[in-house]
Design a protein around this ligand. Sequence first.
Ligand SMILES: Cc1cc2nc3c(=O)[nH]c(=O)nc-3n(C[C@H](O)[C@H](O)[C@H](O)COP(=O)(O)OP(=O)(O)OC[C@H]3O[C@@H](n4cnc5c(N)ncnc54)[C@H](O)[C@@H]3O)c2cc1C
Length: 397
Amino acid sequence: MAAPVSVDVFVIGSGASGLAAAVSAHRAGASVALAAKGSVQSCNSAKAQGGIQAAFGVDDSPDQHAEDVWKSSHETADRRLVEVLTGEAPGAIHWLEELGVQFTRENGGYRLAKCGGASRKRLLQVGDRTGQAITAALREAVGGSTVKTFTKSPLSSLEASANGWRAICGEHVIDADAVVLAAGGRCYREAEERGELSTNHPGATGEVTQIALDLGAESRDLDALQYHPNGGAWPANMQGYSIPETTRAYGATLLNAEGEEFTDPLGPRDEVSQAIFDEVAAGRGVETPDGRPAVYLDTTRIPEADADVSLPYMLRRYRAAGVDPLKEPILTYPVLHYQNGGLVIDEHGETTLAGVFACGEIAGGTHGRNRMMGNSLLECTVFGRRAGAAAAERARA
Ligand SMILES: Cc1cc2nc3c(=O)[nH]c(=O)nc-3n(C[C@H](O)[C@H](O)[C@H](O)COP(=O)(O)OP(=O)(O)OC[C@H]3O[C@@H](n4cnc5c(N)ncnc54)[C@H](O)[C@@H]3O)c2cc1C
């Protein structure tokens, strides 16, 4: 075991939320260390494609955004957190731009798309590699700072100490005044246990949530796991790929075996997924060549100009697999995607354990039991910044 390292703020996780917390705590004057289970790049955030929500449309407002979150959550979200999320969304976008993220623009403004459950066009994109662009900018900010980074250092133990918290991560012992848990969700493990497909990276296994629960932290909605309505079902090498929801934002529809539309393609995620499950259960689905259930996502309805700007990566992936989504519908079926609930936090990201903060997918409340697309990257940025700043403040106290 290496000699203990002492810092003001220790961040666990290198996804968008952990990186945002580290940048924010560092800018607030704290000494900061960050640990990741694998490489810094290995996280769900880097895989996010579709985009990030913020109310920039002329007919839109943070209140309207909050109303959409509330309705999509079926009135189960924590309204205080939702107001923070939507109220700080435009500022969070400008903060990301200041770090170097270049959102796709058109006609002098942002290119905005309407995602499932939204009443307005509100989704900003960086082509269809939004998460990669955001995490790359955040990684650069962390890399150019004095934040100490420990890779391949999974958290295995966290305990209260005289001055704060002592963490063991691989060979490293870290003493910190405040800790930020940003270790993501558990859908990869959950899918393995259920024998299902998942969109998640292999590190999404949830043991950090368990460590916090064992310490007595409160949680909420942990049973509410989200299916992404459009997992790739065929070709075989696209199974588990999350087909961006922006395909439906730009015109794709869901069709059954008879070629009939059976649901509003822009409904809330849980409703669209359920409609697909029901259609297949009613015998109106199709079967993939390897015998899996599926329906059609009619991507041929997407105008080529929109696909070229907002779906280039998806097009490349499918064309490389021998299918052109602009010429033929693709086969899809819901896949495990997101942990809606998590550790209970307040507006500053503090859990019910003093000095332990949480942000991103590991935290609960912001989305209630059903998250809208594009609000996770937003949550990572808004609450990552807040948790980092509050943890730095705690260290100063
Ligand atoms: C394919 C895909 C597409 C998506 N598309 C979108 C989208 O378009 N818009 C949107 O808003 N959201 C999207 N999401 C959801 C969103 O990307 C994630 O929910 C969010 O980025 C999670 O960020 P995070 O920082 O909480 O966790 P992650 O990005 O998953 O990072 C977790 C970090 O914790 C580390 N970690 C885990 N366990 C330990 C441990 N024991 N010790 C140390 N470190 C640990 C991991 O190594 C990793 O660094 C998508 C998700 C996926 C999988």
